[in-house]
Design a protein around this ligand. Sequence first.
Ligand code: 4FV
Length: 257
Amino acid sequence: MFFTVLTIFPEMFDSFWNHGIIRRAIEHNKIVASAVNIRNYAKDRHQVTDDRPYGGGSGMVMKPEPLAAAIRDTAKTLNGAKTVLLTPQGRVFDQKMARELASSDGLILVCGRYEGVDERICHDLIDYEISIGDYVLTGGELAGMIIIDAVTRLIPGALGGEDAAAKDSFSDDLLEHAHYTRPSNFEDQEVPEVLLSGHHQEIENWRLESSVMRTLLKRPDLLHKKNLSRQEREILGKWGREIERILDLYQNGKKGT
Ligand code: 4FV
């Protein structure tokens, strides 16, 4: 998969390309990634890429000409790539969108700075507007890195194990189960016995219950929009009955007797 980032600070990506899963994915040609300086497409000798906003007001706006030239030139070499503008105006990024983007040939990620980009860029040069969340950044670069990171790890083989990402949080709209590693006793906290049992089916059951209950406690909204499997309904039912029992005990004043 191809990633080309259009930014006035390409050096911000130097360290991003050279660490962890992203570095490995580049070395194993799972992705081909580069950051291009929009300034290279500014025709004037000061390579100006921003100007004052029409209508007055504070801040600056990114000029359309260098951006349009950068997008068109990059799209020529990356045919089939989708152009993404990182902006608070966009659809909010999530794991479902990461999966969608991971099936495309390539992404051209346009990183704004200042107050944003000239609106005329969005008309016929941008395929998707994506936001990483309802807050305002100083630039789109960090948002670009987040998209590249979340999408790259979904590329088969990028995480090492072919299906390593299959059991992700949100892979089935559930939060991930609790994770433990050695030592089995840490500050008098034991690892759940079943995880040491080697009994794979029981471990799978425990992990599913851990996922369902963590999702219920931390992100019940995810369960509201999820079509629950029979096993997931049984787990919720069991805990629902347990809660009912406790309430009954309480109501019938048997609590603590
Ligand atoms: C942003 C976001 C974001 C807005 C103006 C860059 C800044 C500046 N991008 N998700 N939230 N961008 O705040 O993607 O140009």
